[in-house]
Design a protein around this ligand. Sequence first.
Ligand code: C2E
Ligand code: MG
Ligand code: MG
Ligand code: MG
Length: 282
Amino acid sequence: HAKNCGKNNAKLYSSSLTMQIMSHVKLEVGLRKALRNNELFLLYQPQIDVPSAEIVGVEALVRWRHPERGLVSPTEFIPLAEETGLIVPIGEWVLRTACKQAREWQRQTHRAVRMAVNLSAKQFKDENLSQIVISALQETGLEPRLLELELTEGTLMDDAKATLATLEQLRRIGVYLSIDDFGTGYSSMNYLKRFDVRALKIDRSFICGLPQDSENAAITRAIIAMAHGLKMVVVAEGVETDEQLVLLQQYGCDLVQGYHLGHPVSAESIMQQLVGEAVDVR
Ligand code: C2E
Ligand code: MG
Ligand code: MG
Ligand code: MG
């Protein structure tokens, strides 16, 4: 699998350019209807605390069941949603659905599991963002500290002044902020220090070649050391093997996420894992 480092699933279609443009337009028309036709749904991937081996969080990952094409990957439709501005209503739906689900697990299992939601740059720049976040929390009753918003370096570094103001609003609400795909974009170390972000998620392209790839190993160790120096939590994404897990544990990585720990699955399946864990541990 090392050859696939950092790559997403191959495109399902890509014949001629005309075909691609046509599919793009069709997809856009379809995406406009996806929300109200209930074609979107969420899967949840566990985030495991390394020392205790317990699920402490999950990441919500959106899926689109297209009536003709079947499942469409978010790597295909999220960029389209961003271009068209549809990401704002879609993102709001994701946020509310995820908060509701986290609250539901908490009610049923009496465990406080943090819900991580991906936020795209357009949503971060939306002037209504904090109001949308506040409403989602109030309407579902989820505690702010149990909502994690994943931002990318690109989102944060685009306009540092505006970013600081938005981060301050989010900090006041009390949500947990993290930087996704860390190491693939451009981060200013100076801003990293000033931004009140709790966690760094090391991009899976660095985890992928471990333990053999000594350069990726050096980068991973350096990110962990830097994050800990800044009193931040570190999450490794894309952990696929036990060897990777053992190495990350040696490096002092706090949380792990990836196929080795669990694929993105239904809410029901996460529920069973949470209940099962409680029985196992006690
Ligand atoms: P991401 O936020 O970095 O999410 C991690 C992606 O890696 C997910 O792909 C997940 O299924 C995949 N993954 C998890 N573990 C492994 C592993 O061990 N190996 C490999 N090869 N892959 C793994 P997915 O679900 O296809 O999502 C792709 C991207 O789409 C996400 O990357 C995120 O940027 C975006 N996305 C997904 N859902 C949303 C959403 O609700 N809103 C926004 N704005 N973006 C979303
Ligand atoms: Mg993410
Ligand atoms: Mg990521
Ligand atoms: Mg990503």
